[in-house]
Design a protein around this ligand. Structure first.
Ligand code: GAL
Length: 415
């Protein structure tokens, strides 16, 4: 090729590159995925957004949702919006939507037929306000799991427990061996535990009757009395001196065998994966605490606060579409420990925990709403505080705790 042609070719490639680079729009994304498993998973989203031609500017906020949510919401209300943000499916963004601060995704959702491709339908329903779609559901997380370290039992001549009651029976021997039977993190993980105990002891229907229908007779009745007795048994297994600040630290105690079990959502699965542990060999994952396999529809969605720059709006819509493509759904959810939002994906690499979750989701009726899809965040936070007090104050009776729980349900605003 002559010098003249080579120069022209070079000039063309430089201008094409420059044009391409200019097209990449920065999109700041806030989320609270900072544990080992969460970070590995969110990196898959970042990689996909970058591969789509825009640039993911990571806005990770440490300290889980209770820290991140107020920061995210006040930034948007205060006129300093991020490009995209993780939140949970529920009512956390209702005020922002009503204030007209969130990008409307309805046209995209209709064009891409989200209502047909995403399941369960409850998650897109949680993103829909007055018929318009404002978020894209990206995964399904259930809170209803117990995680056990198999070696903590087998090294001490015990069979790994198949359910919560067997763990309670094993607790004295575990304590003798210097192993904490049940690890716990402070704050919302204690509230998560009560939700799991209600479902395991009183059943899904009674849980929904109280959280959704506000059935005070049920909340104050004998079935829930039994729930608080079971929570008291859990309280007696927890070493108050080892209550951790963050959920993943409590899971970490089970990963390293210092604790035998932890009650946590299936995002804990991501921590065992990062530790290269195998379910059924190194640890067990017990849906419904091993009592009845159940799944509640927790998880994550992405909202896109309105932005003055049309290039950012364009990048928002492209990101929403990218996060639910089959390949990205598989790459993210396999690392997150959650279930993909679509059934038309290849989950050949799914581990036994994900397979258990998929079996319940797609082949059972034991799927029910998450607490924040039935109760406002403030009431949830009050329950979390009540249960943190119950666990830290041994002289608080189960009757006191149940009575205070009933008061919170009674005062909760209708959704
Ligand atoms: C939940 C979220 C999960 C997980 C968990 C712990 O709200 O849905 O993705 O991150 O918090 O941080």
């Amino acid at each position: 090729m002559g010098l003249k042609k080579l120069t022209a070719a070079l000039a063309l490639s430089v201008s094409l590159f420059a044009a391409g680079a200019a097209r990449a729009t920065d999109i700041e994304v806030t989320h609270w995925w900072t544990s080992g498993g969460e970070a590995a998973a969110v990196a898959e989203f970042a990689k996909a957004v970058d591969a789509s031609g825009d640039h993911w500017v990571d806005g990770a906020i440490a300290g889980s949702g209770d820290v991140a949510r107020p920061i995210i919401i006040s930034r948007i209300l205060g006129g300093n919006p991020m490009g995209a943000t993780q939140l949970n499916p529920g009512h956390d963004a209702d005020e922002l939507i009503k204030a007209g601060l969130m990008t409307d995704l309805t046209e995209l959702a209709t064009k891409e037929k989200w209502n047909d491709i995403l399941r369960p339908k409850s998650q897109l329903a949680s993103c829909t306000v007055d018929g318009k779609v404002y978020c894209v559901p990206v995964n399904l997380h259930s809170a209803q799991w117990m995680w056990t370290n198999r070696k903590a039992f087998t090294d001490n001549g015990m069979e790994p427990p198949k359910n919560f009651a067997e763990l309670v029976a094993d607790a004295p021997k575990l304590k003798e061996k210097g192993i904490q039977p049940l690890s716990l993190a402070q704050g919302w993980p204690v509230g998560l535990l009560i939700g799991d105990m209600i479902v395991a002891v009183a059943g899904v229907d009674n849980y929904v009757k109280v959280y959704k229908d506000r059935d005070l007779a049920m909340a104050s009745g004998p079935e829930f009395g039994k729930v608080f007795e079971a929570i008291d048994a859990a309280r007696k297994m927890v070493d108050q001196k080892q209550v951790t600040k963050q959920w993943n630290e409590a899971v970490g105690l089970v990963v390293n065998g210092k604790a035998a079990a932890n009650i946590m959502g299936d995002w804990a699965g991501g921590e065992f994966q990062v530790a290269k542990m195998t379910p059924g060999k190194d640890y067990d994952c017990l849906p419904g605490l091993g009592v009845t396999p159940v799944l509640n529809t927790g998880g994550d969605v992405f909202y896109f606060p309105k932005n003055k720059d049309p290039k950012v709006t364009e990048a928002q819509l492209k990101m929403a579409s990218t996060l639910i493509t089959p390949a990205v759904q598989v790459a993210f959810n396999l690392k997150k420990g959650s279930l993909p939002m679509r059934a038309d994906v290849d989950l050949g690499a799914a581990n036994d925990c994900m397979k258990k979750g998929l079996e319940i989701l797609d082949h059972s009726t034991a799927v029910f709403p998450n607490d924040v899809q039935m109760l406002d965040r403030d009431s949830i936070n009050q329950i979390n505080d009540l249960m943190t007090n119950f666990f830290s104050k041994p002289d608080m009776t189960t009757a006191d705790a149940q009575a205070k729980f009933v008061e919170i349900i009674k005062a909760a605003p209708k959704m």
